[in-house]
Design a protein. Structure first.
Length: 221
């Protein structure tokens, strides 16, 4: 393998070989030695990069979690948009790794232990987003922060599943539009005024037109 052993491309190449084997032989019937042989590496090299077979299945997630964390560590004018952009980054990468993601789904789908590991891995994205927002805007409602990050993560996963599991022709722009709607729904500037209650008192006998004119004058922006 030409990629250096410490590169993301190397780890993904080994993982792809492993998933090919898992999809043909089954997860339990495939050994680490089988994976090393298929990838053209030694057993020692395998264990320098992965703790075991389950690690190799989720190699892409580990890479993307690190990339999302690096992205969020930079300066962003709007932290809420930054979380959406981080989720978009993850989706864009998966869009280029469709075959890898489809193979992984086939393997994980039939293995309860791997499904549990995937649930934990997905939660790590949400936890990353929550930690970022709490640090970026500590004065904001913790509950709303959690709700926002959970909605962003769920939206990302829904669109991704349609592409990977259901075979729907899905473009990155589909997620971008969906996340824009999530951002608008949680926009503090727009939501703060939506719950305002206006109480108006008018003299008995005031005409409908007088009431309409008065309300229009006081409620117009």
């Amino acid at each position: 393998m030409r990629d250096t052993e410490d590169s993301d491309a190397f780890r993904l190449a080994v993982a792809k070989e492993a998933l090919d084997l898992f999809s043909v032989k089954g997860y339990d019937a495939t050994s680490v030695d089988d994976i090393a042989d298929a990838a053209g590496i030694s057993r020692r090299t395998f264990f320098r990069q992965f703790r075991g077979k389950d690690d190799v299945i989720f190699a892409d997630h580990e890479i993307l979690l690190a990339q999302a964390a690096e992205f969020l560590a930079a300066e962003h004018p709007d932290p809420w948009v930054a979380v959406c952009d981080a989720a978009q980054l993850v989706f864009d990468r998966f869009s280029g790794w469709k075959e890898y993601a489809r193979l992984r789904y086939q393997v994980v789908h039939v293995n309860p232990a791997l499904r549990d590991r995937e649930i934990v891995t997905v939660f790590r994205y949400e936890r990353l987003f929550v930690d970022y927002l709490r640090a970026a805007i500590p004065e904001h409602s913790h509950l709303e922060t959690i709700q926002f990050c959970a909605t962003v993560t769920a939206t990302h996963n829904y669109v991704l599943r349609r592409m990977i599991r259901d075979g729907v022709n899905t473009a990155p722009s589909d997620l971008k539009e969906a996340l824009a709607r999530v951002r608008a729904a949680f926009d503090p500037a727009s939501s703060s005024s939506s719950d305002e209650v206006v109480v108006a008192v008018f003299p008995r006998g005031a005409s409908r037109q007088a009431i309409a004119d008065a309300l229009g004058e006081h409620l117009s922006p």
